[in-house]
Design a protein around this ligand. Structure first.
Ligand code: ZN
Length: 306
């Protein structure tokens, strides 16, 4: 079993159009899929990624219109770390985000900011040597573009409790039990734990729902199920998510993990050059399309028709 870093990260938004405007506009990502939450088809599930919709660069959102802002706490990912190419790219993003009237903190090699709903990000200079995963954007030159995920930071009361499970899944411990690296043959990602704030976790808009690690196929999911069971977690069986197959479990520090496969992809139901242009529904919901569309706010994708 050799998981290849992060597959995707899923968060919550209270406003789908503002979300598209920020991620497909300001951040220069490509919206590669408009679909619904397969467990609740009244909610959008929007996917942003690089040009090809690659695992390692896919950031997704469930939309619950008007959802109150959440607050990350123990057992939640609180910051998503993205790679950029250079110190010049950090300068580009500092200026671009400030132009968008956002506050930005530039400390050393790290640029920190929050999206309009409070979801925290860091941009770091990419030292991985791994293939950059870049979207085409008329506003973000490719040399400054986001290159995929470096990792995630989560809050944990007792991060040592997660060590056995993380080791079983193939994570390697850093200098202490707070820093972990999941490295496959082509891609890697970090998982870091920080002390939680005093306030209780409050899921809501601007918080991460889960992080998905990247597996090759069902055989590797089966291996993960065995390893997770052996380490005391309670993984689900394999679930068909149309664009990948998945399992889910909470790791001992409380973070919701998914493991998702790379063997299907976003071209399962629409061609590469039209990814994200129109609402895609899995077979079980296609018969309810009219009702589902009635409940969803129509979206303007800046890339569609261009
Ligand atoms: Zn997911």
């Amino acid at each position: 079993m050799a998981l290849e870093g992060i597959h995707h990260i899923t968060a919550v938004t209270g406003d789908a159009q503002a979300n598209v405007d920020f991620y497909a506009g300001v951040m220069g990502l490509r919206m590669v899929k408009q679909t619904v939450n397969f467990d609740d088809p009244s909610a959008y599930h929007l996917y942003f990624a690089d040009e090809a919709g690659s695992p390692g660069a896919a950031l997704t959102f469930f939309e619950y219109p008007g959802a109150p802002p959440g607050l990350p706490g123990a057992g939640m990912v609180h910051t998503i770390v993205w790679r950029v190419a250079s110190a010049e790219a950090l300068d580009f993003w500092k200026a671009r985000l400030r132009d968008a009237e956002m506050s930005v903190l530039h400390e050393g090699d790290v640029l920190s900011f929050c999206d309009p709903e409070g979801l925290a990000y860091q941009l770091v200079v990419d030292a991985s040597g791994e293939a950059p995963l870049i979207a085409e954007s008329s506003e973000v030159p490719s040399e400054f573009a986001l290159r995929g995920f470096a990792g995630v930071r989560a809050y944990a009361q007792q991060p040592a409790a997660s060590g056995e499970l993380l080791t079983a899944l193939g994570f390697a411990a850093g200098d202490d039990d707070r820093s972990w690296l999941l490295a496959g043959s082509e891609r890697s990602a970090t998982l870091s734990y920080d002390d939680p704030p005093l306030d209780n976790a409050r899921p809501g808009a601007g918080t991460v729902h889960h992080v998905a690690w990247s597996a090759a196929d069902d055989a590797e999911l089966d291996a993960c199920i065995a390893e997770a069971n052996g380490a005391g977690a309670q993984p689900t069986g394999i679930i068909d998510r149309q664009y990948f197959h998945s399992i889910y479990f909470r790791e001992p520090s409380g973070v919701l993990f998914e493991v998702a496969t790379r063997d299907i992809g976003f071209t399962a139901d629409e061609p590469l050059d039209q990814l994200g242009f129109s609402l895609q529904l899995p077979e079980q919901y296609e018969q309810h399309r009219a009702q589902i569309e009635l409940n969803l706010t129509p979206l303007i994708n800046p890339r569609a028709g261009s």
